[in-house]
Write a protein that binds this ligand. Structure first.
Ligand SMILES: C[S+](C)CC[C@H](N)C(=O)O
Ligand SMILES: N[C@@H](CCS)C(=O)O
Ligand SMILES: [Zn+2]
Length: 344
């Protein structure tokens, strides 16, 4: 008992030390990039702009099967636009979703690994360009393995509601996510991006999986929000960000796929409960109609307007910026210029 206890304590201590290192590494990476880092933009909607048909329960993950070359190309387009962090096409890639398509478990696992491989290949190609072409300057680039929510797998827009019903518990969600997280953590990615998290329950499930599986790469938590104070389920952003703050494996926390007009207030709230770097990658402000996989104008903002918010978000305390659905490499180019070249 004593020995087992000592061992566990040692493991926990080692993990906390390692995790402390991860937080330092993320902060160092941001420092190396000049105090700010740039994420890519909407990945799936950019695939669509190039003609991909995402009307499918797998959404963008379908392209891992049908058009891996296009996935690699879109990653490269975002690197050309200035991104320091590219997010893999695994948002809606789940073993359960692939099995529902008739693929074997092994094939599903292979596709998860492929999502990371394609992003790593894009980074290699980009670095090759940096070596050959004087007009490029090499900068830090991380590959973030996307984990979309259980609601994303449901393919009915649930990630914008966060209401899974009483039958879905933290254990259900842990069982759902565990294998995918382990595979992605071991695939060559630099970090895991838990994205478009719609409720507190799922944030708790992710934090527990990270700890129980001693996941060795760092992760970020990014929530989808319905206003300036709450994630889409109605849970408070303060509670959600606090879960992220208490996990030593989380190196950044923030908001994505949320209308630009809510971002400023959300940053201020998140800053109240954590000193971890805050990331924001809002969508265009349009509304997604899941039944027809279409986007409709609500209070959508033009790309120029989107980029004009960056200075305010930086002043509010965010340090990692990008775009989500319906933003494009142009948006990211605008953010890159706003951060590094033009006075804000
Ligand atoms: C972030 S939403 C636009 C992703 C797509 C959704 N899960 C669906 O399958 O319709
Ligand atoms: N990284 C995903 C997020 C969807 S909300 C994408 O851009 O497709
Ligand atoms: Zn999105």
């Amino acid at each position: 008992m004593g020995l087992e206890g000592d061992g566990k304590e040692r493991n926990m201590k080692e993990m906390i030390e390692k995790c402390g290192g991860k937080e330092r590494n993320m902060k160092e990476m941001i420092e190396k990039c000049g105090g700010y880092a740039i994420i890519d933009g909407g990945f799936a909607t950019e695939l669509e702009r190039h003609g991909a048909d995402l009307k499918d329960p797998l959404w963008s993950a379908k392209c891992l099967i049908t058009s891996p070359h296009l996935v690699r190309r879109v990653h490269l387009d975002y690197l050309e636009a200035g991104a320091n962090i590219i997010i893999t096409a695994s948002y809606q890639a789940t073993i359960q979703g692939f099995e529902a398509k008739g693929l074997s478990r092994e094939e599903g696992e292979g596709l998860l690994r492929r999502s990371v491989k394609l992003a790593v290949e894009a980074r290699d190609i980009y670095y090759e360009r940096c070596t050959k072409d004087q007009s490029y300057s090499k900068r830090p680039i991380l590959v973030a393995a996307s984990v979309g929510s259980y609601g994303a797998y449901l393919a009915d827009g649930s990630e914008y509601r966060g209401d899974y019903g009483y039958a879905v518990t933290v254990e259900t969600l842990k069982d759902f996510h565990r294998e995918r997280v382990k595979i992605l953590a071991d695939s060559g990615a630099d970090l895991i991006a838990f994205e478009t998290i719609p409720n507190l329950l799922e944030a708790k499930a992710y934090a527990e999986v990270l700890e129980e599986e001693c996941i060795e790469i760092p992760a970020w938590f990014s929530f989808s929000c319905k206003d300036e104070s709450n994630v889409v389920s109605g849970d408070s952003i303060l509670d959600c960000a606090s879960i992220a703050d208490s996990s030593t494996q989380i190196v950044a926390v923030g908001v994505n796929c949320t209308a630009p007009r809510f971002i400023h207030g959300l940053i201020s709230s998140i800053k109240k409960v954590t000193s971890k770097p805050v990331l924001v990658y809002p969508n265009s402000g349009e509304t997604y109609i899941a039944e027809s996989s279409r986007w409709v104008k609500s209070s959508g903002v033009a790309e120029d307007d989107f980029v004009s918010y960056i200075g305010k978000w930086r002043d509010a305390g965010a340090s990692i910026f990008g775009g989500c659905c319906r933003t494009t490499p142009n948006t990211i180019r605008g953010i890159t210029q706003a951060i590094y070249q033009k006075p804000l």
